[in-house]
Design a protein around this ligand. Structure first.
Ligand code: MRU
Length: 347
């Protein structure tokens, strides 16, 4: 049975598969405003860099529809507030700001038209952001499949699958495309503390597709690599700086260090919308710090509530540890400011 990470429900709403409830329950939340979309993003009901971008685009489209009876000036001020609330939802995945930039440009193109025309233009642009993401993932999959040998044992972290995108996935999209091309694979999924996106989402998504998957605690990855049980590591990204430094889910950087220690290739799959060429290096990538409750327990508190907690949601892997970056335009080996520059030009 197929699932939809996001579904456009024109003209007033969109739905998201509530990822907080997975894998126990498959429930869809219907969202009618930018504020509701921002809350769903902040609370991880919809998550993963490209899916966050799509949710923000749909959030602006439904907000414009909600405001359709306002006069022009009031409409513009209220829609501006919608951009603000979405822009403040989460800081690290640049796809959020990229998608809001697309929606703003679409608005500016028709800013002087009547409100109905603005509402239609924003709905069209949000659907384009969504459709282009699926297409980018399929292209990435086609390019990346060549990096996956037959019989590959693949380690991944967090969830960079269909659940993190409009469909197909980035890192898991590469794996899906390799399987479709006839490669036999076995995936090892890190559980990904503290919110368990690997255990709850990646294992669920792959198991459902019939792709063999073994779940492991994050701390077991070193043992897996030390025993020679991993041929490649592949992960997604939330933001890639101009020099190829990669921000991704906390725990990605140690995997890259381990992969280098054991001579295993470390691949990153991400669409161009995840690149931030305004940042020279990963040092300037804003890293979200999340609530201590995520670390103190999961559902039930298991730790003393007054002990301070360090809970960064992402870390930055230096480009020198990345074997190659897979994008919809192709594979860039040994990413650096020079080798990635070609991605910053129109196709
Ligand atoms: O906090 P999350 O679940 O939004 O973090 C997601 C990740 O870190 C993914 O690996 C990344 O967004 C790539 S998704 C294709």
């Amino acid at each position: 049975m197929k699932f939809d990470t996001l579904r456009w429900q024109p003209p007033a709403s969109f739905e998201i598969l509530d990822q907080r409830a997975l894998p126990l329950r498959e429930t869809y939340l219907r969202l009618h405003s930018a504020a509701a979309a921002a809350e769903a993003i902040r609370d991880l009901a919809v998550r993963g860099a490209p899916a966050i971008g799509c949710a923000a685009a749909f959030g602006i489209a439904v907000e414009a529809y909600r405001l359709r009876d306002h006069a022009h000036t009031a409409f513009a001020a209220a829609l501006e507030a919608g951009f603000e609330v979405l822009g403040a939802s989460r800081p690290t995945a640049v796809n959020l700001f990229w998608a809001l930039g697309r929606m703003r440009a679409a608005w500016e193109n028709v800013a002087h038209a009547d409100i109905d025309a603005i509402v239609s233009a924003l709905a069209r642009e949000a659907q384009a952001v969504f459709a282009e993401d699926v297409e980018a993932n399929r292209r990435m999959g086609a390019h990346g499949a060549a990096l996956v040998p037959d019989g590959a044992r693949i380690l991944t972290h967090c969830n960079a699958g269909a659940l993190a995108t409009a469909g197909h996935g980035t890192a898991l999209g590469v794996i899906r495309s390799a399987v479709a091309a006839g490669r036999r694979v076995h995936v090892y999924a890190d559980e990904t503390r503290p919110v368990l996106q690997g255990a709850r989402l990646t294992a669920w998504e792959l198991h459902r597709d019939g792709i063999p998957v073994t779940l492991l605690p994050d701390v077991a990855a070193a043992s897996l690599l030390a025993r020679g049980l991993v041929d490649i590591v592949i992960v997604g990204a939330d933001r890639i700086a101009a020099n190829g430094d990669v921000a991704n889910k906390i725990g990605t950087y140690p995997l890259a260090v381990l992969a280098r220690r054991h001579g295993v290739p470390f691949f990153v799959a991400a669409p161009l919308a995840t690149f931030d060429f305004t940042l020279a290096t990963g040092a300037a990538i804003p890293i979200e710090e999340r609530d201590a409750a995520e670390v103190r327990g999961y559902g039930t508190e298991v730790w003393a509530p007054d002990v301070p907690v360090f809970n960064p949601a992402f870390d930055v892997t230096p480009a020198e540890l990345v074997t190659a970056v897979v994008t919809e335009r192709g594979v860039v080996h040994a990413p650096s400011t020079d080798s990635l520059a070609m991605l910053n030009r129109p196709a």
